[in-house]
Ligand binder design. Structure first.
Ligand SMILES: Cc1cc2nc3c(=O)[nH]c(=O)nc-3n(C[C@H](O)[C@H](O)[C@H](O)COP(=O)(O)OP(=O)(O)OC[C@H]3O[C@@H](n4cnc5c(N)ncnc54)[C@H](O)[C@@H]3O)c2cc1C
Length: 380
């Protein structure tokens, strides 16, 4: 099987690579991260103007009709630049949930703007008690005449602080961990009763917790069928996992490059430290982990847009497990190889390491996905 990108896919990846190289120095990233918005508005606009925010959307919406492979190409380059713009949240997850379950008016209202980058979406799927279980939903949506009234709290909504629309899961029936009874709602950011408490995340991005206090939305805000949101969330979380795997590969590539370069130029005892065999072995192990992660990312991309099946579920969990473990290994070994400088704020390696650790925790860490993989395997 030929896993190389075709000419169009390669052109897409080169476009993102050029943009990131030109616009996203490490120093600029620190500035973007410390700004009120938490990322670069200008860079986000450029992603839109170049059609990169439109990659996964159908052509009739001005999209590129791209699959998991194209999305992963974009994410790999964003990972290489350690970009903190909310591409995953707005384009992949927000756009994905609306594409899969929205009716025509909802798609018309939101998808064009998300594809052009003019509208930003974010997703509130996790809650303080839910850990990685996206079916653990305590936020309630009660029917009131033609409306729904939402009450509850959604945690760590990355990009939620600046989103125009939030896709939120809420329970319309059932107990707190039931898969049945979860519904999805489109909540405009300026809805009465919606409070956003913003904070920085340890990997340089920004997020918020959403507090929904009697937020009233019309029946037209219900996304998909009432009570049937769990399957949609699981499917789109799978697409996002494949995208995250791509980002992780980009982050790992740079982390390995930085470490190799450091081993060649840092001298101790009169020689470059890369001459010490113990560090050579460490570097080889890091590169082996990178190659395993790359293979699993390619596999994840190949099933991202396939119909849901236990095989798709297993592959995505296997990929997220390997990516999580490899990312952790590369960040820890890279820091060790750098000595004290690997811990400093002013040098970029530590920031790559933090992103890898946080990627492991997004949408389920390595332990969570190992258990899910084993459960699926036993059930098959
Ligand atoms: C959180 C933190 C706090 C610190 N606080 C202080 C402080 O208060 N005061 C202070 O003086 N210093 C402090 N340091 C610095 C610390 O002492 C040094 O980082 C440490 O001694 C390692 O030296 P280095 O960073 O120059 O790494 P290097 O010596 O450059 O080592 C880089 C890598 O090469 C490996 N290596 C080096 N030589 C060999 C060899 N001969 N054979 C095989 N491998 C080798 C090392 O194991 C490491 O993996 C701190 C460091 C950290 C991380």
């Amino acid at each position: 099987m030929d896993f190389r990108l075709n000419e169009e896919q390669q052109m897409l990846q080169d476009t993102v690579a050029r943009l990131v190289r030109g616009e996203y120095s490490f120093e600029k990233r620190l500035e973007y991260s410390e700004s009120d918005l938490g990322f670069s508005e200008d860079f986000w606009k450029q992603l839109g103007e170049l059609g990169l925010t439109a990659v996964p959307f159908p052509e009739e919406l001005g999209g590129f009709g791209g699959s998991g492979v194209e999305v992963q190409s974009v994410m790999t380059e964003l990972g290489r630049g350690l970009c903190i713009e909310p591409y995953l949240q707005s384009v992949v997850l927000g756009g994905g949930l609306i594409s899969q379950s929205g009716n025509d008016p909802q798609k018309e209202q939101w998808l064009g703007g998300i594809a052009s980058g003019e509208t930003r979406a974010a997703v509130g799927l996790q809650e303080p008690q839910s850990f990685y279980d996206l079916n653990d939903v305590e936020t309630r949506a009660e029917k009131s005449g033609d409306n729904y009234v939402l009450n509850g709290r959604k945690a760590v909504v990355i990009g939620g602080h600046c989103a125009d629309v939030l896709v939120v899961s809420a329970r319309t029936s059932g107990d707190s961990r039931d898969a049945d009874g979860i519904s999805l709602f489109l909540v405009p950011a300026d809805a009465d009763g919606l409070e956003r408490r913003t904070y920085p995340t340890i990997d340089g991005a920004k997020g918020c917790d959403l507090f929904l206090n009697n937020v009233t939305v019309g029946a037209d805000a219900l996304l998909g069928e009432e009570g049937q949101g769990a399957g949609v969330i699981e499917y789109q979380a799978g697409r996002a996992i494949a995208a995250l795997c791509g980002e992780a590969v980009g982050v790992m590539e740079v982390a390995c490059d930085l470490t190799l370069e450091y081993l060649k130029q840092r001298k101790q005892f009169g020689v470059p430290i890369g001459r010490f065999q113990v560090l050579q072995h460490r570097m080889v192990d890091m590169m082996s982990e990178l190659e395993q992660a790359r293979s699993m990312a390619i596999l994840a991309a190949s099933v991202a847009d396939e119909p849901q099946s236990d095989e798709r579920r297993r592959i995505l969990s296997a990929a997220k497990n390997v990516i999580g473990r490899s990312g952790q290994f590369i960040s820890e070994q890279g820091i060790q190889s750098h000595g004290g400088i690997g811990m400093t704020w002013e040098y970029n390696f530590a920031h790559y390491a933090k992103r890898l650790i946080m990627i492991n925790h997004q949408l389920g860490d390595d332990d969570f996905h190992l258990e899910r993989y084993a459960t699926l395997l036993q059930a098959s």
